[in-house]
Design a protein around this ligand. Structure first.
Ligand code: FAD
Length: 690
């Protein structure tokens, strides 16, 4: 059977609607700044205001615009770092712009003495980020036309470009490559090389730093810029609000927006407006003491949130009390943690990333990624504000010596507060303007989880299967604890009767701002994906999902079992699952038995327990062992799904599949690889990887 027409239409729509869904966690995330629309009005690009970038630059006196195409905030962060550096080192009047906020028909009017910078992330399959889609389509359009119709149209435009990509994907950094090519084709001049950062090799930050220095040198030369002694200029002004306390009703204590503050939260719930959902049930899935994997049922009834099997749910975390305390303490802000402050953008083009008035405590707890890895450039920025001369010198060294930084910081997985503590713990770092943290740390990002339930079976309850992140770091006393998963673990402990849960000594403000999350609630929203079952359940499916990669497949199998039970014709359903030991981390071991009863011989669960035999066995090996059957089913147009680890497993499965086809069909491997590629573009081969 071929894909039927409806399938093709549905898949095409999904593909267009949610371009670029298959990607690695780092580039994955919220559609855009959750506060962009709610707070933009107070801070810059007012809704209804100009979408004309040239006019915007003119009226705000800017000569450099740094556009970003960002999904999780990294490209946005790099864009704002470039803007700041241009201002600090060369006195440039810089602004940062979300690509989605402007139109590009008049780019041919871009003044010759100004610069456009592009910081562009690429998605797994080579697509633009959500906020860059329109721009990308415009400049690559066959009949792209500009206001003046000059030839070449962009003869005046000078630009620089940096891309964020991942070399484990085929279309590595295709965004920056294609945009650069398109702009040059239209007559624009690029200054410096188009930089390429590689998350696959884990060198993104260093690639960025290595690219930007020669770029600035060339830019300074071409534009006749004079370098000055770098001066830090805060982007945000902080005002203490004497008349307000943390109990004043207008003070945000972590509420994401005004409706939440006023207790009138309502849908639509999305990346701008999370739903505070009750957790209906939670349980531990592992049977070992030292590792945790959570199964949680999140109740979305009455919220207007909907999902379909294969979608993702986003969970908004709260930072652990221990880390909030550490952060406030090292800055000398512990006694002021509940002081109320207002934050205002000092520059008309900047946006405050959270609602104010608020408190230092709420900012650190709910709005900033204070636990994330620390960047070398940020350390360099903070050096002048160190509390002692010795600390200043050490910060300078860390900021400028890549290997030294690696040894002292990167290897130890420290966050910003741990980094500052390790440089100087005898004095507080209270000279650092708080604005530097708002500028230099990412705003809190929701984490995504593949929904592990079927919407056909339980439309009002979304389940997740989340392994709790905990990593031993050599040379460090405490393990590195994942922000969101340990918060979820605490919520589970609370649900099971512990009034003050503190997994691994991490405490949480578990009842949320103003106790609004009491009764075990968690802020969420749903993101629709194109990782979908065939619309016809009679079609065979093959699923490969080791570890938590099994999450969406629990949903898939749950759905097919329910359909079979209801008498529908359900096709062959094969699941390859792998874990360490059948007695430790075999997820949903009991449930599969029930599904087996419902689906009968049509369900086949093939397991790989890597630590049970003399040799490690993984799902890829099992796939190979079942080569004949797999190939037969693929010939019958079975859908093939892979979920879980992007870096190794998913790539290997792809390779093994091509090998299987080549062997079984007696065709060259290159031909088999072409077939696999074809399956991917026809959505017969789908990935949900991170
Ligand atoms: P984080 O705090 O975000 O830490 C994650 C990792 O970042 C750490 O392990 C470490 O490697 C690194 N890191 C953090 N802090 C530092 C530091 N200071 N220095 C150096 N490195 C650091 N997970 C599941 O368990 N189940 C799922 O079904 C699932 N589905 C997903 C679906 C999608 C589409 C995506 C993108 C991801 C999915 N994930 C899933 C992963 C999930 O979103 C989270 O990334 C994961 O749970 C970890 O989140 P965390 O906040 O606990 O850890």
């Amino acid at each position: 059977a071929q894909l039927d027409t409806l399938d093709i239409i549905v898949l095409a729509v999904l593909l267009i609607g949610t371009a670029a869904y298959f990607t690695k966690g780092t580039y994955w995330g919220i559609v855009k700044d959750p506060y962009a629309s709610s707070y933009a009005a107070a801070n810059g690009n007012k809704p209804g205001k100009t979408r004309n970038i040239i006019e915007k630059m003119e009226e705000s006196g800017k000569n450099v615009v740094v556009f970003y195409g960002s999904q999780t905030g990294t490209a946005e962060d790099y864009a704002s770092r470039l803007a700041k550096e241009g201002k600090a080192r060369f006195g440039l009047e810089t602004m940062v712009a979300d690509l989605e906020d402007y139109d590009y028909e008049n780019l041919d009017n871009f003044p010759e003495d100004k610069i456009a910078m592009f910081v562009l992330a690429t998605y797994g399959e080579g697509e633009p980020t959500d906020n860059a889609v329109d721009f990308y389509e415009f400049i690559n359009g066959d009949d792209v036309s500009f206001a003046n119709g000059g030839d070449p149209p962009l003869g005046n435009l000078k630009f620089v470009a940096f891309g964020l990509g991942n070399n484990t994907y085929e279309h590595y950094n295709s965004m920056v490559r294609n945009v650069s090519k398109a702009l040059e084709k239209l007559g624009a001049t690029r200054i410096g090389a188009a930089g390429e950062g590689d998350d696959g090799a884990g060198t993104m930050e260093e690639d960025f730093l290595a690219w930007k220095d020669p770029m600035w040198t060339e830019l300074a030369e071409k534009m006749g810029l004079e370098e000055r002694e770098a001066v830090y200029e805060p982007v945000f002004g902080i005002t203490e609000r004497e008349g307000l306390t943390k109990d004043s009703p207008e003070v945000y204590l972590g509420e994401p927006n005004k409706m939440h503050l006023e207790g009138t939260s309502k849908g639509p719930y999305n990346a701008h407006n999370p739903y505070i959902a009750p957790i209906a049930e939670s349980k531990e899935l592992f049977t070992v003491k030292d590792r945790n994997c959570l199964h949680m049922e999140i109740d979305i009834s009455g919220s207007n949130l909907t999902y379909t099997t294969g979608d993702h749910i986003a969970v908004w975390p709260t930072n652990a009390g221990k880390e909030v305390d550490r952060f406030l303490n090292v800055l000398g802000l512990i006694s002021k943690r509940d002081s109320v402050i207002s934050v205002k953008a000092l520059d008309a083009t900047a946006k405050v990333p959270f609602p104010t008035p608020t408190t230092y405590d709420a900012i650190a707890r709910y709005h900033m990624e204070i636990c994330a890895p620390v960047s070398r450039q940020f350390i360099a920025t903070l050096a002048p504000f160190a509390p002692t001369e010795e600390a200043k010198a050490e910060m300078g060294k860390l900021g400028s010596d890549k290997d030294y930084f690696h040894e002292k910081m990167t290897n130890k997985y420290v966050n910003i507060a741990q980094a500052l503590e390790s440089v100087c713990s005898s004095a507080k770092w209270s000279d650092i303007p708080f604005s530097a943290f708002i500028e230099g740390l990412n705003k809190v990002q929701p984490r995504y989880y593949s929904i592990s339930s079927s919407s056909h079976v339980q439309k009002d309850k979304i389940s997740i299967t989340a392994v709790v992140e905990s990593m031993e770091i050599p040379g460090r006393a405490d393990a590195l604890k994942g922000v969101t998963t340990n918060y979820l673990l605490a919520l589970k402990q609370k649900q099971h009767g512990d009034p003050h849960p503190d997994p691994h000594g991490l405490t949480y403000e578990i009842t949320g701002p103003r106790n609004k999350y009491d009764g075990v609630h968690v802020p969420v929203h749903v993101r629709h994906s194109n990782f979908k079952l065939p619309s016809d359940p009679a079609k065979p499916i093959i699923m490969v999902g080791p570890g938590t990669g099994v999450a969406p497949f629990r949903g898939f199998v749950q759905e097919r079992a329910a359909r079979a039970k209801a008498g529908e014709n359900v096709g062959k359903t094969i699941l390859f699952f792998g874990c360490r030991k059948s007695t430790e981390d075999y997820l949903y071991a009991d449930e599969w038995k029930q599904y087996q009863e419902d689906l009968g011989d049509n369900f086949q669960l093939i397991t790989a327990f890597s630590r049970e035999g003399a040799q490690k066995v993984y799902v890829q090996h099992r796939l190979q062992e079942h080569a004949k059957e797999v190939d037969e089913l693929l010939k019958q147009k079975a859908y093939f799904y892979v979920c879980g680890d992007a870096a190794n497993m998913a790539r290997e499965v792809n390779t093994v599949l091509a090998k299987i086809m080549s062997e079984q069909r007696g065709i060259p491997e290159s031909k088999a690889e072409e077939i696999v590629k074809g399956m991917r573009s026809a959505n017969q081969y789908q990935e949900d990887v991170w």
